[in-house]
Structures are given as structure tokens and as C-alpha cells.
Unconditional design. Structure first.
Ligand code: GZL
Length: 326
């Protein structure tokens, strides 16, 4: 009996080490030594729209305000380049990396490389595939909006405005990105309970205005009976409005447009009656990102998801809030 118990204990121990559950350093989240000033990396996905530019400006402004050194990279829309950018930050020996993973899976190796190098990572704005990496184990936390809720709120507003009956064209964000995956999920889960609300076509416009216009043009030709457009971000929604007008359709009358972000152009489109509403997705991460870094350096236990709360913009408040929009 003794022999069996010893064997079992040994086997469990070996298995645990094999799974990396044993060796403390290999599995522990890197710590952040408290300093007066830090050298931090910020790996941005691209700068192809006002949202991303506003996010970058906010991070740079907060770093400057604190006298911290920011090693900034722009992956120009390439997940592979973003992985290389993170690896270069690791080589430069930054204290911590802020990463907005362009897509949920390709950035996992970068997160694991930083962990192996003893550099903590805070995910901003977009998340990684939760089955492959975990907050508190592989990275410190994810700071960002609830994209599923954004999709749900867009669906709620559209369902109400259309009395529960619409043929919807969906313009999806960047393929494989968490905002695109979750904004789709939130929207489609909501309309399941409203059979009159039908998505007749769904395609990625890569969160970009011109791509969004081109995709909207194609889908409107294929679905001339479409009565609504749900865009995963305002840039694509603005592109879709241009496509509608080019097709001789009146946005806000013939086709109702709803979106996410809360950019200045979107609020203007709402004021002009061309867009129904947009759910805010606040890009000004700077203060909260560095506040979370400070909390972590002080040894605080950081919650796995630091949630950004989102307002809702429609004709009731767009005019009074446009002055602060980006
Ligand atoms: C959302 C962010 C998205 C914005 C888009 O947090 O990742 O990326 O909604 C941006 O405008 O391109």
C-alpha cells in the first residue's frame, strides 16, 4: 500500500512539473519592481483610423506626463510584425509591455516570450484567445470594453428603431480580433430573440473606412432589399453611408445605420440624421493603463479584466457631446 502511495505521489509530482505546474519561476507572472520612472513598450496594431490614433495619443501623453520612457511601435496592420515588435521590446529590456493584440491567436507567442523574459504584459483594448493564455498567469490583465455588450446595445437600439423587423448587412471588424468576434456575438445573440431581425450578409471591412465602403457597396448590390447596416466601428459605418448615398439611397430613411466607437464623424452623422446611434468604445487608455501599472508595481492583485464603461450616443446627446469627440 505504501509503495502504491509513494508511486502515485511521485507520478503526480512529475506530471505537475511536466505541465509546468511545479517550477515556480517558469509559471509565475513576472513582477514589476516599483521605480520612480519606467521604460515601457506600447505595441500598437496600426494607425489607420481615428480610434487607433486617439489611443496612441493618449498613451504617449500619459507617459510624457509621468516622465516615463515609451518605446512605441506600429504594426501597420500585420500581426506578424506586431509579434516582432514585442520581441524587439523584450530585447530592449523594457520594464513592462502594453500590448493591443491585433488578433486573438497570433499574438500568444509574443505574450509567452515576454513572460519567459520576465517582462509583465498588460493587454489594452483587445484580448487574446482565453483558451491559450490567461490573465494572472500569462499576462497581468486585460483593460478594455465589453465588446459583447456593445454588440447587444447596438442590436437593442436597431430592433427598437425598426420595430423588430429588418434585413441587416453586418460590416465586421478585423478578422480574428476580439472586438469583431464579440461585437458579432453580442449583436447576433440579441436578435435571435427577434425573428424579424435578419442578418442577410456579413463581411469584414477590417475596421477601415474605405474597405467598409467597398464591402457595403458590394453587399448592397447583392441585397437591394437591405433595410439596416450594423458596422463594428464608425469608420466602416461612415464608409457605408457613402456607399448608400452613391447608390441613391437615403441613410437614416431607406437604410438605418448603427455602429460602435463614438468618433466625431459618427456623432456628426447622427446629428445629420444619417446614423441612428453609436455605442461608445473609449480609446483614451493612457491614464487607466499607467494607473494599473502603478497598482501592479505596488504589489496589488489586479483583477483579470479592468472594464472600460461605454456611453451611448444618439440624437438625444450627440450635439452636446461632439465637442469632446475624437
Ligand atoms: C476596440 C478597438 C477597435 C475599434 C476600431 O477596442 O480595438 O479597433 O472599435 C479600432 O475603431 O480599429
Amino acid at each position: 500500500m505504501m509503495l502504491r502511495r509513494t508511486f502515485l505521489a511521485l507520478a503526480t509530482g512529475v506530471a505537475a512539473i511536466g505541465l509546468g505546474l511545479g517550477g515556480a519561476s517558469a509559471q509565475e507572472l513576472p513582477k514589476l519592481k516599483k521605480k520612480d520612472h519606467y521604460k515601457v513598450g506600447f505595441a500598437q496594431t496600426e494607425s489607420n483610423n481615428p480610434w487607433r490614433i486617439a489611443q496612441t495619443e493618449s498613451m504617449k501623453a500619459e507617459a510624457a506626463k509621468r516622465g516615463d520612457q515609451l518605446v512605441y511601435t506600429d504594426a501597420a496592420g500585420s500581426a506578424a510584425k506586431q509579434v516582432a515588435d514585442v520581441n524587439s521590446m523584450i530585447a530592449q529590456g523594457v520594464d513592462l509591455i502594453f500590448l493591443a493584440p491585433r488578433e486573438e491567436k497570433p499574438l500568444i507567442p509574443a505574450v509567452m516570450a515576454a513572460k519567459k523574459a520576465g517582462i509583465p504584459v498588460i493587454l489594452l483594448d483587445r484580448n487574446v484567445d482565453q483558451s491559450l493564455a490567461k490573465a494572472g498567469r500569462d499576462y497581468v490583465t486585460f483593460i478594455g470594453s465589453d465588446f459583447v455588450d456593445e454588440g447587444k446595445r447596438a442590436a437593442e437600439a436597431l430592433t427598437k428603431a425598426m420595430d423588430g423587423k429588418a434585413k441587416i448587412i453586418q460590416l465586421e471588424g478585423t478578422t480574428g480580433s476580439s472586438p469583431a468576434n464579440d461585437r458579432r456575438k453580442g449583436f447576433e445573440d440579441y436578435i435571435k430573440a427577434h425573428p424579424g431581425m435578419q442578418v442577410v450578409a456579413s463581411q469584414s471591412g477590417d475596421f477601415a473606412r474605405d474597405k467598409g465602403r467597398q464591402v457595403a457597396e458590394t453587399l448592397l448590390q447583392a441585397h437591394p432589399d437591405a433595410t439596416a447596416i450594423y458596422a463594428h466601428n464608425d469608420e466602416m459605418a461612415i464608409g457605408a453611408i457613402a456607399a448608400l448615398e452613391a447608390a441613391g439611397k437615403k441613410p437614416g430613411k431607406d437604410v438605418i445605420v448603427v455602429s460602435v466607437d463614438g468618433t466625431r464623424d459618427a456623432l456628426q452623422a447622427i446629428i445629420d440624421g444619417k446614423m441612428l446611434a453609436t455605442v461608445e468604445c473609449n480609446p483614451k487608455f493612457g491614464p487607466k493603463a499607467f494607473e494599473t501599472l502603478d497598482r501592479y508595481a505596488k504589489g496589488e492583485q489586479i483583477e483579470p479584466w479592468v472594464v472600460n464603461t461605454d456611453r451611448f450616443f444618439d440624437k438625444s446627446n450627440a450635439a452636446q457631446l461632439i465637442a469632446d469627440a475624437y
